[in-house]
Ligand binder design. Structure first.
Ligand code: CMP
Length: 140
């Protein structure tokens, strides 16, 4: 299995509750290595750009408002089959559907305040990593 990278966001509901370390520990326990990390307060432009694929969805403006409501931690994660590994430990988008032991089952408050984002494919991981990180900021 190849070592690959994925992109993660620890969302405002988690940073507000001081869960950055707890969430990161679950990522690390799942076999992922944090090779880049920064705490930022997203601008509206950044959030709208990042979630542009959801622009037509009814929840778009609420999603953007939520993502700029408090700091987030953006991370690059590395590991074997990193996209799938991260999605497995995150759990389903809606915490009501998430499996026991996943980050969202453990910490998420709602489908919107669902504690973490993770890329859904290698292609999108590369796009999302480049959205927030310069190559020299990623140290594997
Ligand atoms: P994320 O993986 O960050 O990608 C888009 C986000 O939209 C998703 O996680 C959810 O937190 C958020 N969202 C809010 N409402 C919905 C909804 N009804 N269906 C899907 N995603 C939603």
């Amino acid at each position: 299995m190849a070592v690959t990278r994925t992109f993660s966001i620890i969302k405002p509901d988690a940073t507000r509750r001081n869960l950055t370390g707890a969430v990161t520990a679950m990522l690390e326990d799942a076999g992922l290595r944090v090779v880049a990390s920064k705490r930022i307060h997203m601008t509206r432009e950044q959030a709208e750009g990042f979630y542009a694929v959801h622009r037509e969805r009814p929840f778009f403006s609420e999603l953007v408002d939520f993502m700029i409501s408090a700091p987030v931690v953006v991370q690059v994660l590395e590991g074997e089959d990193a996209v799938k590994r991260n999605r497995d430990v995150m759990g389903a988008t809606n915490p009501a559907d998430a499996a026991e032991g996943t980050i969202r089952k453990t910490y998420a408050e709602s489908i919107e305040a669902n504690s973490v984002h993770g890329s859904d494919s290698d292609e999108n991981a590369a796009i999302e990593i480049a959205f927030f990180f310069k190559p020299e900021e990623i140290v594997g």
